[in-house]
Each structure stands twice: as structure tokens, then as C-alpha cells.
Design a protein around this ligand. Structure first.
Ligand code: XIL
Length: 385
């Protein structure tokens, strides 16, 4: 399948004047096409797809953020609010206020929500690693209790949960490619089945997702990651463990040669779908950290990465959702975690820091428009109108 390349700015403006002629109003200081462009969530819903974005609770108080979010997206996912560290910094003192604010916002605006994440090796409370190491006997109980508290609280309200995040790390040197995380150290590889089973019990209606990064890398380690992921999922499914979907994070890096192997990605998607799994793109962005040149050319490369990646994933009927990790470059983890040599803002998201649509937005829109419909699921999203 092919998608037309991202439109150049000149083409947008040409489109904008056509719309102006067709009677659309143009908003001062903004690209005129904004007035007429169909929201992403409409384009997605037409195909039976869900489009969502990562948010943090304080941003929901900002009207520009809120309005852009609700216009374009049908689903939210908290970036950090449901991670074990922010949630239970002090043992047995659970702080759900940010996650609850996001859940309430979603409900008030007819949006769906994903949960991120029940178990991750990173951003855990300080007390946890020590606790697990000291009391291996209790580790299973503690993890089950955590999952029950989290997934149970939002029972019936989550479309899906990232039950385990980033459990693969071939560099840790194990034959099975699993990450030697604190959970693995405490319980061996059984922690994975235990986590999915506990999540299914706590929220039987949620789609349970195994979420991973580096699935699209062309390098050797990318191949190892894909192999380890598929073997693990196959093993879990063989044992009857309730895993429903594979989450492909999609943190793209168009400035690094070999960071996107579309052929390998396509085969990986097909192999996961053959196991009976649904696919979700859970954290899409594309950093321009190591790309020089003008803003226009940087934006074009970012948009091109979106297009190439989405073309492959959306061509697969098993794909049901695409979430970007953030929405505007004003609030993106990329600028802090992958700083540019010129210390500028990293432009990895569909909207720039002033909420102007970037070529990446148009690439996303075009990819949704080009996606084959999911039979029977068209306009299934609650707020598709
Ligand atoms: C990131 C958050 O966006 C940052 O705010 C935080 O400092 C670090 O984590 N993969 C994941 C996400 O699964 O949880 C990460 O989120 C980004 C990479």
C-alpha cells in the first residue's frame, strides 16, 4: 500500500485557498486549511480505528490544549500518572488524583482511555526494588495487590491496559531476551503470566496489552527484540494467558540510519496478528534530535517517518488504535530526553509549540484516510461524529 507523501506547505496553502473559495472562514495568523480540515478522530472512526494521545492531568486545565485534544482525539492515556512510582511514592499511600482527573475528563468528553502501565522496570517507587528483593516470598502477592488496586479502580472504564511495558531487553544476555527487571529477579518469567491473569481478574472487559519499543528497528538488536517478543507472546498464549494485543510504541528516530525497517516491521505485525493478537500503536512520535537544516526540512523528515511507519501498521487489519505520545511539541518528553545539540524544541509531534498543525499532522491524517476500513468497526468510536 502506498500513501501520498506528506504535503508540502505550499500544497496546504493551495488547499487552504481552495477552502476559502468554497466559503470557509480563515482564522487570522493560522494556516487557513485548519478551518476546513476534518479532525483526526473523524478520519479514524470512518475506518473503524481509534486515534488517541498521551496527556498529563495539569494540561487539561489549558483551554488550547483541551480544545485541540477533544477536537482531534477520541482516546487519552496518562503519560505518568498510573506508573507505580508517581502513584505510590510512599508505601501504601496511593495517589490517584492525576489519573482520576484524566479519567473524569475522558468520561465528561465522551473519550476512551487506555491505562499505562501496570508493570514497568522504570519509574517505580524507591521502596519497591528493596521490598521485592527482601521478601521474594511475598512478591507475587504484592504485585497482584498492585494490579488489583490499579485495574480494579478503573474497572469497566479502560479500553485497554498496558499490563507489562518493555519486558524485552536482549542486551541483558538471557537466552529468552527478557529484561532482567526487578520483577523478573523476584519471580522469574512467571511474573508475566501472573500480571496478565491479575489484570484480567481485576478488569475483565479491558483489552490487555503487551507494550514494547524498538519493534521497527533495522539493526540486529531490532531483530532480536522482535524474535524475543514473538516467542514470549506465543508461549503466553499457548499457556492460555489472557494477552489480547501487542502495543508497538513507535518512538521513531528519522535521523538515525536503520531505525525504521518497514519490511521487518510488516512481517512482525503479521506474525503477531497470526497469533491472534490485535495491534495498537501506543506511543507514536518522531524525534528530530539529530537532524540539522531548516525547520521545514526537519518537519518533512519527521512527517515522512510517520507516513512510512503508519503505512505499514495501518495496512494490517489487526491494527485498532494509534496513540501519539503527546500532541504538541510544547509538551513533549522528547525535548528533555533527547535534547537537540542546538537546545531547541524537538519537533516530533503533530502540533508545534504554538498548536499549529505540522506536516506530521497531515501525514497522520493522510495515513488514516488511506487505511483500509476495519469491517464492522467503522464509526465504532463513541465520539465519532
Ligand atoms: C516517559 C514520559 O513521557 C516522561 O514524562 C517520563 O519522564 C519518562 O517516561 N516509553 C514509555 C513511556 O513506555 O512510559 C515513556 O514515558 C516514554 C517511553
Amino acid at each position: 500500500m502506498t500513501t501520498s507523501p506528506p504535503l508540502s506547505r505550499r500544497t496546504f496553502l493551495a488547499g487552504g485557498s481552495a477552502l476559502a473559495l468554497a466559503g470557509c472562514i480563515s482564522v487570522p495568523n493560522r494556516d487557513p486549511i485548519i478551518v476546513g480540515a476534518a479532525p483526526l478522530k473523524e478520519r479514524a472512526a470512518r475506518k473503524g480505528l481509534i486515534i488517541g494521545a498521551e496527556v498529563s492531568a495539569p494540561l487539561l486545565a489549558d483551554p488550547t490544549f483541551r480544545n485541540t485534544l477533544t477536537r482531534d482525539f477520541a482516546m487519552v492515556v496518562p503519560g505518568n500518572a498510573l506508573k507505580w512510582g508517581p502513584l505510590e511514592r510512599r508505601r501504601k499511600v496511593l495517589d490517584f488524583h492525576n489519573a482520576d482527573a484524566i479519567a473524569d475528563f475522558a468520561a465528561a468528553h465522551g473519550m476512551m482511555m487506555r491505562g499505562h502501565t501496570l508493570l514497568w522496570h522504570d519509574m517505580n517507587p524507591k521502596w519497591l526494588a528493596k521490598h521485592l528483593a527482601d521478601r521474594r516470598k511475598d512478591a507475587a502477592r504484592l504485585i497482584r495487590r498492585h494490579i488489583k488496586a490499579m485495574a480494579g479502580r478503573y474497572r469497566g472504564r479502560m479500553h485497554s491496559w498496558d499490563v507489562v511495558n518493555e519486558a524485552i531487553e536482549p542486551k541483558d544476555g538471557r537466552g529468552d531476551g527478557l529484561r532482567n527487571s526487578l520483577f523478573l529477579k523476584a519471580l522469574g518469567r512467571d511474573y508475566l503470566a501472573l500480571a496478565f491473569e491479575a489484570a484480567a481478574k481485576a478488569d475483565p472487559g479491558a483489552r490487555l496489552v503487551f507494550n514494547e519499543y524498538g519493534c521497527e528497528w533495522g539493526w540486529d538488536v531490532g531483530r532480536q527484540r522482535r524474535y524475543a517478543t514473538l516467542r514470549l507472546l506465543e508461549d503466553l498464549l499457548d499457556k492460555g494467558v489472557p494477552v489480547h494485543a501487542l502495543g508497538i510504541q513507535g518512538h521513531l528516530d528519522p535521523g538515525s540510519d536503520g531505525s525504521l525497517d518497514t519490511r521487518a516491521l510488516g512481517q512482525f505485525c503479521d506474525a503477531a496478528a497470526d497469533l491472534g493478537l490485535a495491534l495498537q500503536v501506543t506511543e507514536l512520535d518522531a524525534r528530530d534530535t539529530s537532524i540539522g537544516g531548516s525547520i521545514e526540512s526537519r518537519d518533512r523528515l519527521v512527517a515522512d517517518a510517520y507516513a512510512r511507519f503508519l503505512d505499514v501498521v495501518l495496512a494490517r487489519p489487526a491494527t485498532e488504535a494509534v496513540l501519539t505520545w503527546g500532541m504538541t511539541d510544547r509538551h513533549s518528553w522528547l525535548t528533555g530526553h533527547f535534547p537537540r545539540p542546538d537546545s531547541g524544541i524537538v519537533r516530533g509531534l503533530p502540533y508545534d509549540a504554538d498548536y499549529r498543525r505540522k506536516p506530521a499532522w497531515y501525514a497522520l491524517a493522510a495515513a488514516l484516510d488511506a487505511a483500509p476500513p476495519r469491517p464492522g468497526r467503522e464509526n465504532a468510536a463513541p465520539d465519532a461524529s
